[in-house]
Write a protein that binds this ligand. Structure first.
Ligand SMILES: Nc1ncnc2c1ncn2[C@@H]1O[C@H](COP(=O)(O)OP(=O)(O)OP(=O)(O)O)[C@@H](O)[C@H]1O
Ligand SMILES: [Mg+2]
Length: 363
């Protein structure tokens, strides 16, 4: 046991490793405001996201490390805060200067629950304390007005569209602006033009995560869109059936083609929980998403059950993740949101660790 002083507390905290970033919390510069008053120790751990999946474990490990390494320790008080790391990207700085990270939610196939997953992830991240926005990049079939329960029209202030805030999330959808029947006949360039405007002409302010709900498929329109948006990464939604998994592979290939990292795969409508007896039934061959993720070498973020409550919450305009009584569904989604936030942090840390190109060496 070492004597209690600042240097020894920091030394002890070097035993605490972030399991995702694979380094200790002192090296990562997470430890702030260290103070020792008599025998009492207090400090703050600043995480890279408020939705950190291991925040309680890190806190417990930090308390344990201080208690077991140092002599005569009284109370150990640990506060958790966060500062979301940003995806540093030149194109993003140009079009979305206040937005730290951009996440596309995509699928190779329609109707697998992209919009459901997108709104729930956005609401979950907001609920965890992050500043979140969501864009309906599916101009042909905008779902966000219904799924977020928004009927109003966005206001214009200083010649910029103001996103509409609901459930703690800033929302923009073509459905707020034009009759949905009108957009259906738009050509590809108009669709990507609208999404471009949703980046440049909308006053997003400061955001940690901006989620894009993409239209289904991997055609020209989708390809143009993913090149238009400076993306931190993409989430691919699939259902457990083989056909949908094959489509997920197409989605994966599309993002690979344009060098957008896959933050992970989500398996939706994975299994059914009986409303009466709670029995879990694998309607389709569940587990396919996980196997697929392993094969593709991308993270598996988790699975969401199929349940009428999820469809109803979409129709009612209140994301199910906000419904704490529906623990099986909301818990599954919250876990996925945290895993996603962790993947964004991992990506940003990896990018920072990449050696900068030394231009002096260029001919
Ligand atoms: N886990 C689930 N349990 C029950 N219903 C679900 C689930 N996920 C999605 N749904 C329902 O399935 C339908 C399709 O979902 P959603 O609109 O999110 O899919 P999508 O992939 O965005 O579709 P599109 O390709 O048309 O954009 C919706 O009615 C939605 O409420
Ligand atoms: Mg959709």
């Amino acid at each position: 046991m070492k004597p209690l002083n600042e240097a020894n507390v920091l030394e002890a905290l070097r035993q605490v490793k972030d399991p995702d970033l694979h380094r200790d919390i002192v090296t990562l510069n997470f430890v702030k405001d260290l103070a020792i008053r008599g025998a009492d120790v207090s400090f703050t751990i600043e995480l890279t996201t408020p939705a950190c999946p291991v925040r309680e474990e890190l806190k417990a490990a930090a308390v344990h490390a201080v208690r077991t390494s140092l002599a005569g320790v009284g109370a150990v008080e640990v506060a958790l805060t966060s500062r979301v790391t940003a995806h540093e990207n030149h194109q993003k700085e140009q079009v979305l200067p206040g937005v730290k990270n951009t996440i596309a939610v995509a699928s190779g196939k329609g109707g697998v629950g992209k919009s459901t997953v997108a709104v729930n992830l956005a609401a979950a991240l907001a609920q965890e304390g992050a500043r979140v926005g969501i864009v309906d990049a599916d101009v042909y079939g905008p779902s966000l007005p219904l799924m977020m329960g928004i009927t109003g029209r966005p206001q214009v202030k200083n010649q910029r569209l103001q996103p509409i805030e609901k459930w703690g999330v800033k929302v923009m959808s073509i459905g707020f602006l034009v009759d949905p029947m009108q957009a259906v006949i738009w050509r590809g360039p108009m669709a990507s033009g609208a999404v471009k405007q949703f980046m440049s002409d909308v006053d997003w302010g400061e955001l940690d995560y901006l989620v894009f709900d993409l239209p289904p498929g991997t055609g020209d329109i989708q390809l143009t869109l993913v090149q238009t948006i400076p993306l931190t990464g993409a989430v691919i939604v699939t259902t457990p059936q083989d056909i949908s998994l094959a489509d997920a592979r197409k989605g994966f290939a599309m993002f690979q083609k344009v060098n957008v990292p896959i933050l992970g795969l989500v398996e939706n409508m994975s299994y059914h929980i009986c409303s009466h007896c709670g029995h879990r039934e694998e309607i389709f061959d569940s587990g396919g998403g996980k196997r697929e993720a392993e094969e593709l070498g991308v993270p598996f973020l988790g699975e969401i059950p199929i349940h009428t409550s999820i469809r109803e919450s979409g129709d009612r305009g209140r994301p199910i993740v906000l419904d704490t009584a529906r623990t099986a569904e909301s818990g599954a989604i919250l876990k996925i949101a945290r895993a996603l936030a962790a993947q964004v942090s991992i990506r940003n840390a990896a990018r920072q660790a990449e050696p900068a190109i030394d231009i002096r060496l260029m001919p």
